[in-house]
Design a protein around this ligand. Structure first.
Ligand code: NAD
Length: 543
């Protein structure tokens, strides 16, 4: 079975289904939505393949109807963390020895299950548990996660085939070993695909993983775990450990066998994790790999030659889709005064058409924000705008958490381009605009570059090629994902590898080979077929 060099060709991206009325995918999805909403499940931890119940329970609710409980879940404490470390260690002795085609086949099978029989279930879970519209669920929980699994399997093949040159009589080889120890995967609430990818990517490279999902996305995380088990993931390769971040984090971050952390979430949490690793640096067996994709303050910057309808469409989709809860969301915009009256009219007209509500009503463009903490934080920024003499809310501003955590799409215009609203990550449906003098495009590029500590995504809209080129140069470090005449959200795995720098993360580009390279520690092997037997060199001979 091992007597061949197996290869995997580059897969196509999973097609996005459109769920138009009358389509079979729409019918199947509706019946899964009904079924999931009608039951309340109990979610255990999964450690070494065993279901573990602690009795310390948390709740999964619908953000748009927070009285509706979808599930209760058991939370890990220090004992379960120790069990998970032992299970990961046990699995580490077997999993990396499995030939890589067998290993990646688990994830290729998971991708097929998700593309087929699991698609509606995971999409319905994201719609109900994370308040995603069907389109947002489809591009995330279905397509992006399928793409991550298929593409990463291909990248494993590509990485393993990178080998050094050899000279005559010598064979040089690189062995792409997994890290020595366990990897901790800590995932955010906002993307099921990221939650699935954070533990899977290191596991595909032969590592074993402890996965702590976000408390507000345990429901879809559990289904991903079940799907991987159905695809044949062996016991202990990924251990599913919901629970309080600080308790789980503290136990694991000081463990000598911590070999890496694969994190996506806020900058604040990542800095805390990195600092804790720094404090424990002398306790580890190796230097843990630290990979973190964190916050953003996505921008859209329009040149006076920008195409206004395209700009407005990018603003609306970039700022308000998934309620602005994308790290890549357009959160600040710079519009020249020459275009502003037209942009304002079109933006107000478009925003007025947005419907918000329960994602089960497919006409809605927005659902609710994830939980009360997020709601209060976003509402705080809206109050700041209301009270500030430098800001004016030109549409939206309404908030209501009586039944669900609903926040209207809100557009603020500010006269202070360095106000908090232009600088800080809000992570909600709030777009702040600074109208700049048309003659000051270059100055505005510099302003955009230096205003926020983040550098994740950004777009420039212009027809003028010199203006586009200038933006490329001036904003070189302002965004890890830079768009020209397109919205700053919606990166597709394999096409636009994702990640930013500055305060936005380590920029290890999920959905690319670069990310997988962080989960290996290569061994160089040199074999001499006929080694020398005389220690003296010819230069040492007498004349
Ligand atoms: P968060 O930082 O609140 O939580 C992320 C994860 O960290 C959760 O699982 C949480 O439980 C865990 N956590 C919190 N404290 C911890 C601790 N002390 N030890 C261990 N784990 C701990 O982020 P969130 O609200 O879930 O997600 C939103 C954030 O994620 C935003 O800032 C967004 O920009 C960012 N994000 C970034 C990207 C990217 O690719 N750059 C993608 C998605 C989300």
């Amino acid at each position: 079975m091992d007597e061949a060099l197996f290869t995997l060709s580059l897969p196509e991206n999973e097609p996005v289904l459109d769920y138009r009325p009358g389509t079979p995918e729409r019918r199947t999805l509706k019946s899964r939505l009904e079924a999931i909403a009608a039951e309340e499940i109990e979610i255990p931890l999964i450690i070494g393949g065993r279901e573990v119940r602690t009795g310390r329970l948390g709740c999964c609710v619908m953000p748009h109807a927070h009285g509706h409980v979808l599930a209760t879940y058991h939370q890990a404490g220090p004992d379960e963390v120790r069990m998970a470390v032992a299970a990961a260690y046990e699995a580490w002795r077997e999993w990396p020895r499995l030939p890589w085609p067998e290993r990646v086949s688990v994830f290729l099978k998971a991708a097929e299950l998700l593309a087929g029989p699991w698609r509606a279930t995971l999409n319905a879970a994201a719609m109900l548990g994370q308040s995603k519209t069907i389109h947002q669920a489809e591009i995330d929980s279905a397509c992006e996660l399928i793409d991550f699994w298929r593409l990463n399997a291909h990248f494993v093949d590509r990485i393993y085939s990178v080998q050094p040159d050899s000279t005559l009589g010598i064979w040089d080889r690189l062995e792409w070993r997994p890290l020595e120890g366990f990897v901790l995967a800590v995932s955010p609430f906002n993307f099921t695909s990221i939650a699935g990818n954070l533990p899977s990517a290191p596991a595909m490279m032969g590592n074993t993983v402890i996965w702590k999902p976000a408390s507000s996305a345990v429901y879809s995380g559990y289904l991903v775990m079940k799907l991987l088990r159905e695809a044949g993931l062996p016991d202990g390769v990924i251990n599913f450990l919901p629970g309080p971040g600080n308790i789980i984090g503290n136990e694991l971050l000081s463990h000598a066998a911590l070999a890496g952390i694969h994190f996506t979430g806020s900058t604040e949490t990542f800095r805390h994790l990195w600092q804790t690793i720094g404090e424990n640096i002398s306790h580890y067996r190796s230097y843990p790999r630290i990979v973190g994709e964190t916050g953003g303050k996505g921008f859209i910057l329009a040149h006076p030659t920008a195409d206004v309808p395209a700009l407005v469409c990018a603003m609306v989709r970039g700022a308000f889709e998934y309620q602005g809860q994308k790290c890549s969301a357009a959160s600040r915009a710079y519009v020249p005064d020459s275009l502003w009256p037209e942009v304002k009219n079109q933006l107000l007209a478009a925003t007025k058409q947005i419907q918000i509500g329960d994602p089960r009503d497919f006409r809605n463009f927005m659902g609710a924000v994830i939980d009360e903490g997020a709601f209060d934080k976003i509402a705080g920024y809206i109050s700041l705008a209301e009270q500030s003499p430098e800001a004016e809310i030109i549409t939206g501003g309404g908030v209501d958490k009586s039944k669900g955590y609903f926040i209207q799409p809100t557009v603020v215009v500010t006269t202070n381009p360095r106000s908090k609203l232009m600088e800080e990550e809000i992570f909600g449906p709030v777009l702040t605009i600074y109208v700049y003098p048309s003659g000051e495009y270059e100055k505005t590029l510099a302003l955009c570059d230096t205003t926020s500590p983040y550098a994740l995504t950004g777009s420039v809209f212009a027809r003028h090629r010199y203006a586009i080129h200038l933006a490329h140069r001036q904003l070189r470090y302002a965004a890890g994902n830079f768009y020209v005449n397109d919205k700053p959200t919606g990166a597709v795995a394999g096409m636009q590898p994702f990640g930013g720098s500055r305060a936005s993360g380590t920029n290890d580009k999920s959905g690319s080979m670069l990310n997988l390279l962080r989960w290996v520690t290569p061994r160089t092997i040199k074999e001499a077929f006929v080694p020398p037997t005389d220690f003296r060199y010819p230069s040492m001979e007498e004349e």
